[in-house]
Design a protein around this ligand. Structure first.
Ligand code: IMP
Ligand code: MG
Length: 203
């Protein structure tokens, strides 16, 4: 998605009334997110071969993407002759305050990190590097990272996921489980918040 992409008018879609006045435009409508995720599932299926997979969902922002991705993989697997065994685990990372990435990173949960990945968005790439360092200690056979979004940020950490849905401009986005101080996770589309929304939910 190019830097000058104007997005879709909010009036073209429905969204929760409690966010009226807080959003600028729709960057990616929910239907397109789901369709793109189906293709990622197909690509992953092709690469995984006959290996079993353990999906490690990065909470909270990755829960929608992870759930839809797993669902698509299950459907593709059911409709083909290959049955891939899947386990799901969760890890929770927290690094953002308002719309700024913070230095300190908290990792919570996941009984056993000897596993693999599915997450929401790679902004600077810092979060993903910290997580991967922690997972690699357990020497898994294969680690693949799937992220719905990758940001063209001005301070990239040189990190690229193995699979991603969309490369987006360096904007703070919300919706489809992505939050601004825990708000907007209940919005289906990926949207850009306006100044009013930022001020309203600032902490
Ligand atoms: P990074 O460390 O900058 O790559 O940020 C990664 C994490 O920060 C993501 O997993 C998100 O949870 C959060 N994040 C980064 N950019 C955004 C955004 O635009 N909106 C909401 N959350 C974001
Ligand atoms: Mg967040």
């Amino acid at each position: 998605i190019s830097d000058n992409w104007p997005g879709y008018s909010l009036d073209l879609f429905t969204y929760p009334q409690h966010y009226y006045g807080d959003l600028e435009y729709v960057l990616i409508p929910h239907g397109i997110i789901v369709d793109r995720t189906e293709r990622l599932a197909k690509d992953i299926m092709q690469d995984i071969g006959d290996n079993d997979i353990v999906v490690l969902c990065v909470l909270k922002g990755g829960y929608k993407f992870c759930a839809d991705l797993v669902e698509h993989i299950k459907n593709l697997s059911r409709n083909s002759e290959r049955f891939i065994s899947m386990k799901v685990d969760f890890v929770r990372l927290k690094s953002y305050h308002n719309d700024q990435s913070m230095q300190d990173m908290q990792i919570m949960g996941a009984d056993d990190l000897s596993k693999l990945t599915g997450k929401d968005i790679v902004g600077t790439g810092r979060t993903m590097k910290v997580l991967l360092n922690n997972i690699e200690k357990y020497k898994p056979k294969m680690i693949k990272v799937a992220s719905l979004l990758v940001k063209r940020t001005s301070r990239p950490d040189g990190y690229r996921p193995d699979y991603y849905g969309f490369e987006i401009p360096d904007l703070f986005v919300v919706g489809y489980a992505l939050d601004y101080n825990e708000h907007f996770r209940d919005l289906n589309h990926i949207c850009v918040i306006n100044d009013h929304g930022k001020a309203k939910y600032r902490v």
